[in-house]
Design a protein around this ligand. Structure first.
Ligand SMILES: [Zn+2]
Length: 390
């Protein structure tokens, strides 16, 4: 029985190539399909167009108007059943990546990071260079251990020495035949997969494609449920280099309240320290109490916690010293607006593979829908007022 089972397993495994075994046997529901489509799209900071096309496709039927800001952020408007306050939802389309810096005479590429990378996750990975002739696959070459001294094996290769091998035999072939030019964006290449427990999903670029999926799924649910406000669903660009698309889009949206949809920093694996980050997979959406870009409105935070409690949605809290997000730009708009950051806890951020829980995601959408339904004019006025001046 065991042998036959293993034979069956291998047949499926071989049939699916590199796909995950148990996870891929199960077909993906529409939400997981959207996650797969968005996370597998290439959109390093400043080159978000492939992600923008997918977002537009899904957003268009859910909103009455759709437009862009001057940097390429997408702004969708969905009016509710009253002329209530403007609720801005923001999630960023860009992912951390690189741009091509130089091409050697032998045809290798050196790159400049766009967004926060660390040396440990760079070598022996697949990448895609987005060229004028289309995508070109490359690998970040790693020296064979056979020729390394023990000291060299232990030494970290730093970003500036990482090179890409695109299979070009010289510079001319890289540039003329493959179409690679300095300035071309480089994105990680990594497939979406459901893990063996069926609940955990692995993919690149959860930061912040999961925020985009939250936004789209919440808008889908709100087609059937009323909300006393106008939703501005914004897919921002260039978050990873300093919240630039959030800055430009907020000026167009003019929000009364801002809700940033993001990844949280899960810290539930060996070597992670809860003093540095506090979220764990499977314990519900995260609410940021503080990060290095903003202190959320306390009244809005308390309101979110109360709405979660009323709807039996578990939440977890996060205090981070090194983290910035689009909520900070919404908060600073035009004299100041209440803003908050809702997050889906995710492991191994800013690398080729992050891991999150589908249950956390579903609860995060429940919370977002409940929040939007509760944010009427009176509630928003209360959240925006301060008790010391009446
Ligand atoms: Zn992010």
């Amino acid at each position: 029985m065991r042998v036959r089972f293993m034979g069956w397993v291998w047949m499926i495994y071989l049939g699916l190539g590199t796909s995950n075994l148990l996870g891929q046997i199960k077909t993906l529901d529409p939400t997981a399909t959207l996650m797969k489509e968005l996370t597998e799209a290439y959109g390093p900071t400043g080159s978000e167009e492939p992600v923008g096309r997918i977002v537009t496709k899904y957003l268009r039927p859910l909103v009455s108007e759709i437009k862009t800001d001057g940097l390429g952020s997408i702004i969708g408007t969905k009016k509710g059943n009253t002329d209530g306050p403007k609720i801005m939802l923001a999630a960023h389309m860009d992912e951390v990546g690189f741009i091509v810096k130089t091409i050697t005479s032998e045809g290798y590429l050196f790159m400049n990071p766009v967004g926060g990378w660390r040396n440990q996750v760079l070598l022996a990975q697949r990448w895609v260079i987005m060229t004028r002739k289309g995508p070109v696959v490359g690998i970040s070459g790693a020296k064979a251990p056979h020729v390394m001294s023990q000291e060299e094996r232990d030494r970290m290769v730093t970003i500036k020495d990482v090179f890409l091998d695109v299979g070009a035999r010289n510079r001319e072939e890289a540039m003329e035949t493959l179409g690679i030019q300095p300035g071309d964006p480089v994105a990680p290449d990594s497939p979406f997969q459901v893990m063996a427990n069926g609940e955990y999903y692995m993919a690149k670029a959860w930061d912040d494609r999961i925020g985009l999926v939250m936004m789209i799924e919440a808008l889908k649910r709100l087609q059937k449920e009323s909300h006393p406000n106008t939703i501005l669903a914004v897919a921002t660009v260039q978050e990873e280099v300093g919240l630039r698309g959030a800055h430009t889009s907020t000026a167009i949206v003019e929000p009364d309240i801002g809700i940033c949809l993001e990844v949280g920093v899960a810290s539930d694996y060996p070597g992670a320290d809860p003093k540095e980050a506090q979220e764990a997979l499977g314990k519900g959406p995260g609410i940021f109490l503080l990060d290095s870009s903003m202190i959320p409105s306390r009244k809005l935070r308390d309101f979110v916690v109360e709405v979660a409690r009323r709807n039996n949605i578990p939440v977890q809290y996060e205090v981070l010293t090194g983290y910035g997000e689009d909520g900070a730009e919404m908060q600073r708009y035009h004299g100041g607006r209440p803003a908050i950051n809702l997050a889906v806890p995710t492991r191994y951020l800013h690398s080729h593979i992050g891991v999150l829980s589908r249950k956390d995601f579903d609860r995060a959408v429940d919370l977002l829908v409940a929040l939007v339904r509760a944010l009427d004019q009176k509630t928003v006025e209360q959240i925006r007022s301060f008790g010391y001046i009446r």
